[in-house]
Design a protein around this ligand. Structure first.
Ligand code: SF4
Length: 354
């Protein structure tokens, strides 16, 4: 399907089925080569160039810091506070918390995936690892067999590292960690092991956005690209539809921290993401997601040049049929309203779905 530029300027349309980006996101003058690397915590400034680009976790490996992070993160498992649910399950003893995770990392599948945003999928695909379980319990979750029914298999961190190496050998542009929140300690250890075996492509942290600040700080310098959701602007709605009472506060703190670490999106000379942040927002019926308030937060607290991925793919799944307001797809006027929210807040970078 053809992508089209909108009147909003650089906001482009894409579909999840597009394999090859046929439009570049930014003018050539603002693109950078694969050699570019920047820790950009200033808003709107062009990326700086550095002589060599490689994922920042390699710097941590060589300095010995990555090994320290492995040990530091494991401590959170004995009385689990890996995510903001703070269940305090002893996961080292295989007790399970709300997310259904115990001692071992659990993965539903891994493959080279072409349906992500253009700079994530690129031409060779994104090396996607789908983790099982989730700390949210979204009533409408489209992946509920994986996230809520725990379909998957247990693996060691050594095996997880092997998946990363295999995906890299298949040519993937990056390692895309989907629903990673409850397995951060396992992921850090796997990256530590894989990087010693030659892993050298960027890591994408593809999250619901319900992430603890402590875990995010342990990921500082490990994750290259953050791909978080902003699901709600109302804790009342977050509790009713995703069963967490503090999503908005937690999510907004997490987005600020992710943006501090990764900054604005940086692309290489082929238009592939090497660093930065893309925020995803799923439009829900009846404006349950309160799109306007979320876009205002992004523009005001992160940056108006933040890349947004606006998703209109909602359909009633899981237990959505139990809620009348969730029992239908979004209407055209709701989709148009969400786009207006982007325009109203000066958000011009990113993608919408046709
Ligand atoms: S990661 Fe799982 S067990 Fe740990 S606090 Fe969160 S929901 Fe509970």
């Amino acid at each position: 399907m053809t992508k089209q530029s909108l009147n909003t300027g650089r906001l482009l349309r894409f579909t999840r089925n597009d394999r090859v980006p046929n439009r570049l996101l930014t003018p050539a003058s603002s693109r950078v080569s694969r050699d570019a690397r920047v820790r950009n915590d200033s808003y709107g400034n062009p990326p700086q160039m550095s002589p060599s680009h490689y994922p920042s976790y390699l710097s941590l490996l060589y300095s010995g810091e990555l090994e320290k992070r492995v040990e530091a993160s494991k401590k959170y498992l004995s009385s689990c506070t890996v995510c903001p649910r703070n269940c305090r399950a002893n996961r080292l003893d295989n007790q399970k918390g709300v997310c259904l995770a115990g001692r071992d990392v659990r993965v539903s599948s891994y493959n080279v995936h072409y349906g992500e945003e253009p700079p994530i999928s690129g031409t060779r695909g994104s090396g996607t690892i789908f983790f099982t379980g989730c700390s949210l319990k979204c009533r409408f979750c489209q992946n509920y067999p994986i996230s809520q029914l725990n379909h998957g298999n247990n693996y060691s961190t050594k095996q997880l590292a092997g998946m990363m190496i295999e995906l890299q050998s298949l040519g993937a542009h990056n390692i895309n960690l989907v629903t990673p929140t409850h397995f951060v300690p396992h992921i850090i250890e796997a990256v530590y092991l894989a990087s010693q075996r030659g892993l050298a492509i960027p890591l994408v942290y593809n999250t619901s956005g319900y992430d603890s600040i402590n875990m995010l700080r342990l990921l500082d310098g490990i994750i290259d690209i953050y791909l978080p959701d902003i699901k709600y602007a109302s804790d009342e709605n977050a509790f009713k539809y995703s069963t967490v009472r503090d999503y908005v506060t937690v999510n907004r703190q997490a987005l600020v921290e992710m943006h501090r670490q990764a900054g604005r999106l940086v692309l290489d000379s082929d238009g592939i993401a090497v660093q930065g942040m893309i925020v995803r927002h799923l439009i829900l019926p009846e404006d349950i997601a309160q799109t306007g308030a979320s876009m205002a937060f992004i523009a005001e607290r992160l940056s108006a040049d933040t890349y947004i991925s606006l998703m209109n793919q909602y359909f009633p799944a899981n237990n959505a049929h139990k809620f009348k307001e969730l029992s239908r797809r979004i209407r055209n006027d709701e989709y148009d309203y969400a786009i207006q929210c982007l325009q109203k807040n000066g958000l011009e970078n990113g993608w919408i779905q046709e």
